[in-house]
Design a protein around this ligand. Structure first.
Ligand SMILES: Cc1cc2nc3c(=O)[nH]c(=O)nc-3n(C[C@H](O)[C@H](O)[C@H](O)COP(=O)(O)OP(=O)(O)OC[C@H]3O[C@@H](n4cnc5c(N)ncnc54)[C@H](O)[C@@H]3O)c2cc1C
Length: 408
C-alpha cells in the first residue's frame, strides 16, 4: 500500500500526476518539488499570449494556491539534488530528505546552448521559463532589430510576436525549412509565406557564426555565409535536452531521456518518469522516443496516477501538438515522420486547410491550419483501427467528418 508519493518537477507532467492522483482517490501524501519559485504554471503561453500581454502570471498558473491546500498537495520549493534508492529518499537543496514509497520524475528539459562566440552577451535569450519570458519581454520593448536562431516552434512563435510589435525580425535556420522535425514540407512552406507576409525575413541553410557586441550588449550577428546583420536582441530556440542528471547519478537507465517501459516505469520499479524527460516505447512511432508536448506530459501524468491507484495500463495516447503564430493556429495529431503521401483538404489561400499524411496507404498524421474540426476528427480516427486511403482522401468533396461517420 503506497503511503507517500514524491514528484520531482511541478510542470505540466508533475502537476497533472498530483491532480490525477487525488481525482483517482489516492489518500496518502503527495509532495510536489520544483526548483522554480511561485505557483506551478504552464509554459506554452510564454512564447504567445504572455509576451503579447494577453495573459498575466496568474493566468499561467495551473490552479490557484487554494487547490493545492484543498487537495493536500505539498509544494516544496527547491532543487532535488539526489535520490537515495536504497532508503527511498529524495534530497532537496542538499539538505532536506523526503521519504517516498513511489517517486515520479517529471523534470522536463533544458535549452540546448547556442554554441557560438558572443552567446553570453546581454540581449541573447533562450525561452524556457517565466524568468526568461520576463527578461525577454523587457528587452523586446526597446529592441528594433531582432534575430531568431532556429525556426522551430518557439523561434517562429516569437518571430510572429516580435513582428506584430513592429520589430525588424530575421530568422536564421540551419535546415532547409522551418519546423523540419515535426511538420510536412507542405505545411512548412505555407508558414514561410505567412511569416514573409508579416514582414519577417527568413534564411535557411544558414547558422549564426558569432554574435557581436560589448558592454551594452548585443549589437549584431555574423551568419555562417559571412553576412552581417544588426541586432539588439537574439532569441535562440535550437532544441532541448532532457533533465536527467539526477536519474543518471542515481544509476537509472538513461539514453536520450530517462528510459521507461510501456507503463512509464524506470529501471527501478519504485520510480516512474514522464513528460519531456522520459524516453518511452511509442506504439505510434514503433520505437522508443521522447516527446516535448503538453499532451504527452499530461497524458503520461494521468497514466502514472491511474497505475498508482490500481488501474495499470500501458501508455498509448495519440500524440498531438499545437502552435499559434500570428492569426494561424496549427494543430497536429499523429507522428508524420516517414510519410510517403500527402493529401490537402481546404484552401491555403483562405488560411484554412489540413494536410493528411499517409504511410503505406494508412493515415499516420494530420496537420490542420485554422481547421479545428479536422483536427478533432483526426484525433478520433488515429485512435481507432480504420483509416481512409490516400485515393479516397484525394477525391473531390472528401470530408474527414463524413468519412468518420460512415466508417465507425
Ligand atoms: C515557451 C514554450 C512554449 C511551448 N509551447 C507549446 C505548445 O504550444 N504546445 C505544446 O504542446 N507544448 C508547448 N511547449 C512544450 C511544453 O510546455 C512541454 O512539453 C511541457 O511543459 C513538458 O512538461 P514537463 O512536466 O515534462 O516539463 P516542464 O513543464 O518543463 O516542467 C519540468 C519542471 O521540473 C522542474 N525541475 C527540473 N529538475 C528539477 C530538480 N532537480 N528539482 C526540482 N525541480 C526540477 C523544472 O523547474 C520545471 O518546472 C512549450 C514550451 C515552452 C518552453
Amino acid at each position: 500500500m503506497l503511503q507517500s508519493i514524491v514528484i520531482i518537477g511541478a510542470g505540466q507532467a508533475g502537476f497533472q500526476t498530483a491532480a490525477s492522483l487525488r481525482q483517482d482517490g489516492f489518500g496518502g501524501s503527495i509532495t510536489l518539488i520544483d526548483g522554480e519559485p511561485g505557483m506551478p504554471y504552464q509554459r506554452p503561453p510564454l512564447s504567445k499570449a504572455y509576451l503579447l500581454g494577453k495573459t498575466d502570471v496568474t493566468g499561467l498558473q495551473f490552479r490557484p494556491e487554494k487547490f493545492f491546500a484543498d487537495n493536500r498537495i505539498d509544494l516544496v520549493c527547491g532543487n532535488a539534488t539526489a535520490i537515495d534508492r536504497t532508503n527511498r529518499r529524495v534530497t532537496v537543496k542538499d539538505t532536506q530528505a523526503l521519504p517516498y514509497d513511489h517517486l515520479v520524475l517529471a523534470t522536463g528539459a533544458h535549452n540546448r546552448a547556442l554554441p557560438v562566440p558572443g552567446a553570453d552577451l546581454d540581449g541573447v535569450f533562450g525561452l524556457k521559463n517565466l524568468a526568461d519570458a520576463d527578461a525577454l519581454a523587457a528587452r523586446l520593448a526597446r529592441a528594433r532589430d531582432v534575430i531568431v536562431a532556429g525556426a522551430g516552434f518557439i523561434g517562429l512563435e516569437f518571430a510572429a510576436v516580435a513582428a506584430m510589435k513592429g520589430k525588424r525580425v530575421h530568422v536564421v535556420e540551419l535546415a532547409d525549412r522551418p519546423m523540419a522535425r515535426a511538420v510536412s514540407p507542405e505545411t512548412a512552406a505555407f508558414f514561410v509565406d505567412a511569416h514573409r507576409a508579416w514582414g519577417v525575413k527568413l534564411d535557411f541553410g544558414q547558422g549564426l557564426a558569432r554574435i557581436e557586441g560589448g558592454a551594452d550588449g548585443v549589437s549584431g550577428v555574423e551568419l555562417t555565409n559571412g553576412t552581417r546583420l544588426a541586432a539588439d536582441l537574439v532569441l535562440f530556440g535550437i532544441g532541448v535536452l532532457p533533465n536527467q542528471s539526477i536519474a543518471a547519478e542515481a544509476g537509472l537507465d538513461i539514453e536520450n531521456g530517462i528510459r521507461v517501459d510501456p507503463f512509464l516505469v524506470t529501471s527501478d520499479e519504485r520510480i516512474s518518469a514522464i513528460g519531456d524527460c522520459a524516453m518511452f516505447p511509442s506504439q505510434h512511432a514503433g520505437a522508443a522516443i521522447r516527446l516535448e508536448s503538453v499532451q504527452n506530459a499530461a497524458d503520461q501524468g494521468r497514466t502514472v496516477a491511474a497505475r498508482l491507484t490500481g488501474k495499470r495500463a500501458p501508455y498509448s495516447a495519440v500524440p498531438w501538438f499545437w502552435t499559434d503564430q500570428g492569426d494561424l493556429k496549427l494543430q497536429m495529431v499523429g507522428l508524420s515522420q516517414g510519410h510517403d503521401a500527402a493529401v490537402r483538404l481546404g484552401d491555403p489561400d483562405a488560411r484554412s486547410f489540413s494536410v493528411l499524411l499517409f504511410h503505406r496507404g494508412r493515415l499516420i498524421a494530420v496537420e490542420s491550419v485554422n481547421r479545428p474540426g479536422d483536427f478533432m476528427t483526426a484525433r478520433k480516427i488515429l485512435a481507432g483501427r480504420e483509416s481512409p486511403r490516400p485515393e479516397e482522401a484525394a477525391a473531390d468533396g472528401f470530408d474527414l467528418r463524413a468519412w468518420m461517420a460512415a466508417n465507425n
